[in-house]
Design a protein around this ligand. Sequence first.
Ligand code: GLN
Length: 278
Amino acid sequence: MKKATKTAALVLAMAMAVSALTACGGGADQAANTAGTETANADAGQAVATKTEGVLTFGTNAEFPPFEFVAGSGVIDQYDGIDMAIAKQIAEDNGMTAAIENMEFDALLIALENGQIDAVIAGMTVDEERKESADFSTSYYTATQVMIVKEDSDIASAADMADKKICVVQGYTGEICVKDMGYSYEAFKKGTEAVMELVNGKCDVVVIDSATAQKYVDDNEGLKIVEDASAFENEEYAIAVKKGNTEMLNMINKSIEAMLADGTVSALGAQYTEAVTE
Ligand code: GLN
């Protein structure tokens, strides 16, 4: 796909992060209400309590380009990506600095419950199960699951995966979707590992989030993306906070909504799609 088209698609996805469709296994039902939002303010009166005073500590899994990845120098220490820039802005809007704790995706909501981190920003899809252990912010991005296959693959729809070797990443919504479809699969710890299996011909298809899939297809020869909107519904990414921490949630929502309203989120989407496809 042409770069300009991809960028336009991502910007559109950002702008459209308002739908309330249900992802397979999910159910993002909160609305991203951006209209008429006040600008996030740095001097909100009472400071929101954080793990470390003056520092807003986000948990992430920096294996998910273009949202979070490790770079030579990133926006927060070595961490770069759309989510990292959003995290930094939220901290700055509130007179704090942002810090990142990088961990496995599966560990994020546990770390949140334990108070090890103040919030999770990890391209995390809102779903009913996760909502039982955390509260989610206004969503800032709409994604879908897609299939990455070899260019000569005969897989044209999700149903075609039935007799194929499927790779997913452990704990991602891709795994939940494939499990719900009743297919057997192999789960890897990292997206790059699953994609290497595909490149090496050891699996036939990788099911993963759309923007991340695009990054892997750009980086590896001979791969393509197959979409199936009837099998994979839209998912909403949002920031998670500890259940019941409404002060933190309100603070984050104010910033997110301002960034959606003034185009910051869309601009970051465009910027990081370019950056990771060079
Ligand atoms: N959106 C997917 C999920 O929430 C993947 C997120 C990620 O890998 N960081 O499961």
